[in-house]
Design a protein around this ligand. Structure first.
Ligand SMILES: [Zn+2]
Length: 240
């Protein structure tokens, strides 16, 4: 059920609104079918505009990344199927819906590329190896970095609000770090030693460590579907 938030600030743009919507930190549709039914899905206050804008970005990412997942992996159970259904015109409930599905399908097809034309370093960490169970076969799908950056920013703001009941003010900025586990070793070690882990069912895991001398600075590890993993930092804008 959607939470009700009293008038206050939007977690994302930080402006004050009389009316706030309940924004899911992790989109509802991203939770795999293996998620326990009674799991509390984190919700945060957001203005209508931010909620809608992030909704579009998340949908686009889900479409693309969903196709690259293993359809029978328990941590992402049902995600690939959901994406496939959403682009099949035969599931349409109206003429408009049918057109919408066709458009989505065409857009996705346009972002496909033959695997052998993509250099290894262009793959998102964890997605470079071909798999028998990958429905894309010899194709790969382009994922916009700006979308992942926006997602990282949203999740970091959301998790900070949930855990600390705080906003990340304009004095700080959020940086996305795309790295494989080996390159991110130092960061992972800091989180493991000094941080906390949060699990949201089998599909979502977050690690977070906050700096001891400045609670606004933090490092994050975000892992979705055990596969889509990235890191983020929150730092002061001007280093003194
Ligand atoms: Zn907003």
């Amino acid at each position: 059920m959607a939470k009700k938030f009293p008038p206050g600030r939007c977690t994302h743009c930080l402006n004050f609104f009389d009316k706030l919507t309940a924004d899911h930190v992790f989109p509802k549709s991203w939770y795999p079918e293996s998620t326990p039914e009674n799991l509390e899905k984190w919700q945060i206050p957001a203005c209508h505009r931010c909620n809608e804008e992030y909704g579009k970005i998340e949908n686009d990412l889900l479409q693309r990344i969903g196709l690259c997942l293993d359809p029978i992996e328990i941590s992402s159970l049902g995600i690939t199927d959901k994406v496939l259904r959403s682009i099949k015109p035969e599931y349409a409930t109206s003429k408009k819906d049918r057109l919408h599905r066709q458009k989505k399908r065409e857009k996705l097809i346009r972002s496909l590329m033959p695997r052998n034309q993509v250099p290894q370093e262009a793959f998102f960490p964890g997605f470079g190896a071909p798999s028998d169970r990958n429905i894309l076969g010899n194709f790969v799908v382009r994922v916009p970095k700006a979308g992942i950056k926006a997602l990282a920013e949203k999740l970091v703001r959301g998790i900070t609000f949930i855990v600390d009941n705080r906003f990340i003010e304009k004095s700080h900025f959020i940086d996305l770090i795309v790295a494989d586990e080996k390159s991110a070793q130092d960061l992972i070690e800091i989180i493991r030693r000094f941080g906390d882990q949060y699990h949201k069912g089998p599909g979502i895991r977050i690690g977070r460590a906050v700096a001891q001398d400045n609670i606004d600075s933090a490092v994050f590890e975000i892992e979705i579907w055990r596969r889509f993993r990235f890191y983020a930092t929150v730092e002061p804008r001007e280093s003194s």
